[in-house]
Design a protein around this ligand. Structure first.
Ligand SMILES: *[C@@H]1O[C@H](CO)[C@@H](O)[C@H](O)[C@H]1NC(C)=O
Ligand SMILES: *[C@@H]1O[C@H](CO)[C@@H](O)[C@H](O)[C@H]1NC(C)=O
Ligand SMILES: *[C@@H]1O[C@H](CO)[C@@H](O)[C@H](O)[C@H]1NC(C)=O
Ligand SMILES: *[C@@H]1O[C@H](CO)[C@@H](O)[C@H](O)[C@H]1NC(C)=O
Ligand SMILES: *[C@@H]1O[C@H](CO)[C@@H](O)[C@H](O)[C@H]1NC(C)=O
Ligand SMILES: *[C@@H]1O[C@H](CO)[C@@H](O)[C@H](O)[C@H]1NC(C)=O
Ligand SMILES: *[C@@H]1O[C@H](CO)[C@@H](O)[C@H](O)[C@H]1NC(C)=O
Length: 331
């Protein structure tokens, strides 16, 4: 029975009435359908891959696909899914900025840190307020980043062991035994990494610090009060002369004036001000690059309540310049 069927089939195929060209054409048609299907599938795969690559944010920064692939491979580890916002309080330090941004961008890329650089440019007429600028930066980026680095614009890390990875506890990179200038035990200025939740938990930084210094010492007390443990680099063999490069293009005068009751108030722990009650206006937000390193500049107009912190403007008051009184940070 079976053989019979086969025979019949063979016979049918070889049936002399079926013209030769028809059989060949049928074969060809089947072949071209397969070929077309194969080509379509390959085309779709290629298209999907290239769209994915174009969408990858690092692609335009890196400029080539090979680099993207090697980075993507390195970033497989889930610990590197964290995103760092580098918050750089800024006013009138253009030469330092030009050097800082490309340098830190490359430094972070070498550590495969997914990051954004935010220059917080204070454009109101009040005295510089580093702490409030960081509060503003945090509020603006906290949806997209899960940790921040408060970063001086004039401090370049030299030692590759200085890690900018996601910190479980506040991580003070510019430690007293490494910072070129400040060596007291409670110093946490210069460069400090902290995760989003912990910065929120302590209500950010105090908004009372107009003018240079002491805001970081107050922040130290906030961290202590919240039982957070400040950690510092441990595997760094370099010291105060060769861990960082301090870039001062010119000697700039620090605004160390004290007026009204500033001296008295800014020595106390501030339980009232911080993230919750900062008032500001974000005037513009500009994306740009310096030597291919991307950054965002926020032009920030801080609000000052003259009844609470009249020392945001000392010019109408006779004020007393002071020398660096012990524990001051910013440079
Ligand atoms: C991922 O990172 C964690 C912590 O940094 C490390 O313990 C782990 O070994 C890493 N895993 C891989 C596959 O690299
Ligand atoms: C600071 O005070 C001076 C003198 O009263 C005034 O001219 C200036 O406008 C004030 N600056 C700001 C930003 O309010
Ligand atoms: C140095 O220590 C930090 C943690 O403190 C770590 O993340 C980093 O990988 C270490 N660097 C090297 C090169 O071992
Ligand atoms: C900080 O360190 C202390 C003592 O080492 C420990 O008891 C405490 O749990 C730590 N705090 C956090 C938030 O890890
Ligand atoms: C970096 O850390 C490693 C250990 O993790 C250590 O052997 C090496 O000496 C450190 N290098 C520097 C320059 O600090
Ligand atoms: C750092 O440099 C200064 C000035 O060159 C020098 O006096 C000092 O001994 C150096 N410190 C260390 C720890 O190397
Ligand atoms: C600026 O860059 C940020 C990402 O860093 C992006 O979300 C935003 O849309 C950009 N804005 C403009 C106007 O290109």
């Amino acid at each position: 029975m079976k053989q019979n069927n086969k025979m019949k089939f063979k016979q049918r195929m070889k049936h002399p009435c079926l013209p030769l060209y028809f059989r060949k054409e049928k074969l060809l048609t089947t072949f071209s359908i397969y070929l077309a299907a194969l080509l379509t599938i390959m085309f779709i795969i290629t298209l999907t891959l290239s769209i994915k690559l174009l969408n990858a944010d690092s692609c335009q920064n890196e400029g080539n696909i090979i680099k993207y692939f090697s980075r993507a491979t390195n970033m497989k580890n889930s610990s590197s899914n964290h995103r760092l916002a580098l918050l750089v309080p800024y006013r009138d330090r253009f030469e330092e900025l030009l050097e800082f941004v490309p340098y830190i961008h490359n430094f972070l890329n070498k550590q495969h840190i997914s990051h954004g650089i935010y220059v917080l440019n204070q454009v109101d007429g009040y005295r510089f307020n580093r702490a409030s600028l960081i509060n503003v930066g945090y509020l603006q980026v906290k949806e997209e980043y899960d940790y921040i680095a408060m970063h001086d614009v004039d401090l370049l890390p030299l030692n590759a062991n200085l890690s900018y990875a996601y910190p479980q506890q506040p991580y003070h990179l510019a430690a007293p035994n490494l910072h070129p200038r400040y060596h007291y035990a409670k110093f946490i200025g210069g460069i400090l990494l902290i995760n989003r939740e912990q910065f929120g938990l302590v209500n950010g930084l105090s908004n009372n610090y107009w003018g240079w210094g002491l805001e970081d010492d107050e922040f130290y007390v906030r961290l202590k009060d919240a039982n957070l443990n400040i950690t510092r680099p441990e595997n760094v063999t370099t010291g105060i002369n060769n861990t960082f490069r301090h870039i001062h293009k010119r000697e700039r005068k620090r605004d160390t004036l004290k007026c009204y009751n500033q001296r008295e108030i800014t020595r106390k722990r501030d339980r009232k001000t911080g993230l919750h009650n900062i008032e500001y206006e974000l005037l513009t937000w500009k994306n740009m690059t310096i030597d291919f390193a991307p950054l965002t500049v926020m032009n920030i107009k801080l609000h000052c309540d003259l009844n609470l912190t009249p020392w945001c403007n000392c010019s109408s008051k006779s004020s007393t310049p002071t020398s660096n009184i012990g524990k001051q940070s910013k440079s």
